[in-house]
Design a protein around this ligand. Structure first.
Ligand SMILES: NC(=O)c1ccc[n+]([C@@H]2O[C@H](COP(=O)([O-])OP(=O)(O)OC[C@H]3O[C@@H](n4cnc5c(N)ncnc54)[C@H](O)[C@@H]3O)[C@@H](O)[C@H]2O)c1
Length: 248
C-alpha cells in the first residue's frame, strides 16, 4: 500500500518502538511510501530480526527511550546514518495491568519513564533539528486510555493523558514550523495486547467494541502515514482516536 509517495518519498522518518506491533507496521508502511526509515528499540533481538527480515527498513538503533543519554546518543547516531530527521513517530510504550492500590512507586516510575519521559526526550531531540531546518512533523502514540479512565491502568492512563497535552503544547510553541499530533488507538491486536488476554477475554473485549473487533496495526500505521503527509498539512495540535467506535 502506498498513497502518499508524493510527500513521503525520501523523507527521513524515525520510529521509536519500531521493532514490534504498531511501530513495526508503521515502519513498514513508511518504507512502502519510499521514506528512509530508522527504527529505535530497546529489544536487541527483535531489532536485529526485523532489520534482517525487512530490508526496506534502512536503519536500526538500539536505545532505551526512558534514558535521556541513550536517546541523545541514538539521535547522534541517526544523524550519521540518515543525515537528519523530517518525521518523528514517538511510539514506544509499555503497559502493566495493576489495580491503583497495587501500583508501586517503581512501577509508576517505569511506566511514566517509558511512555511520557521517553516521548519528551525523543520529541525534544527531533524538534531541535526540525526548527533548524525549518520544517518537520512530530506524531506520538497516545491512547484512548489518555482520553477517558480505564480501570487497572492508572499509571498508563496518566502517561497517555500527559502525552496528549504535551503534544498540544508543543503544537502551539512549534507552529508554524512543526506540526504535532497524537494518535489515540483503542484496542489493537499487537504482541503487547495479546500478552494480556486469554482467548475468552479477547472475545469479550471484541463484543464491547462497536465494530466488534480489534484494530490491525496496519490500520493505525495508515493514520500515521496520512498525518505525516501533505494531505494533513492543516492538522496540528490534535489527538485523533482510532478506536472502532469505542469512545462513542
Ligand atoms: N496495542 C494496543 O491495543 C494499544 C492501544 C493504544 C495505544 N497503544 C500504544 O501503542 C504503542 C505501541 O504499542 P504496541 O501495542 O505496538 O506494543 P509492542 O509491545 O508490540 O511494541 C512496543 C515496542 O516498543 C519497544 N519498547 C518498549 N520499551 C522501550 C524502551 N524503553 N525504549 C525503546 N523501545 C522500547 C518494545 O521493545 C517493542 O518493540 C505504545 O505506546 C502503546 O501504549 C497500544
Amino acid at each position: 500500500m502506498s498513497n502518499y509517495q508524493d510527500s513521503l518519498m525520501d523523507k527521513r522518518v524515525v520510529i521509536t518502538g519500531g521493532a514490534s506491533g504498531i511501530g513495526l507496521a508503521t515502519a513498514l508502511r513508511f518504507a512502502d511510501e519510499k521514506a528512509i526509515v530508522t527504527i529505535i528499540d530497546n529489544n536487541k533481538e527483535s531489532l536485529d530480526r526485523v532489520l534482517r527480515e525487512y530490508p526496506t527498513l534502512k536503519h536500526g538503533i538500539f536505545a532505551d527511550v526512558s534514558n535521556y543519554e541513550s536517546v541523545q546518543n541514538a539521535f547522534l547516531e541517526m544523524d550519521d546514518l540518515a543525515g537528519g530527521i523530517d518525521i518523528l513517530i514517538a511510539n514506544a510504550g509499555i503497559s502493566v495491568r495493576s489495580s491503583f492500590l497495587d501500583i508501586t512507586p517503581e512501577q509508576w516510575d517505569k511506566v511514566i519513564g517509558v511512555n511520557l519521559n521517553g516521548i519528551f526526550y525523543a520529541s525534544q531531540e527531533a524538534a531541535k533539528r526540525m526548527i533548524k531546518q525549518e520544517n518537520g512533523v512530530i506524531l506520538m502514540t497516545a491512547s484512548t486510555n489518555g482520553l477517558v479512565g480505564h480501570p487497572n491502568y492508572a499509571d498508563y492512563n496518566a502517561s497517555k493523558a500527559g502525552v496528549n497535552l504535551l503534544a498540544r503544547t508543543m503544537a502551539l510553541e512549534l507552529a508554524p514550523t512543526i506540526r504535532v499530533n497524537t494518535v489515540c488507538p483503542g484496542y489493537v491486536l499487537t504482541p503487547m495486547q495479546i500478552a494480556e488476554y486469554s482467548p475468552e477475554a479477547l472475545v469479550q473485549v471484541n463484543e464491547k467494541i462497536p465494530l466488534k473487533r480489534h484494530a490491525q496495526p496496519e490500520e493505525v500505521a495508515a493514520l500515521f502515514a496520512f498525518l505525516a503527509s501533505s494531505e494533513a498539512k492543516y492538522i496540528t495540535g490534535q489527538h485523533i482516536p482510532i478506536d472502532g467506535g469505542e469512545l462513542a
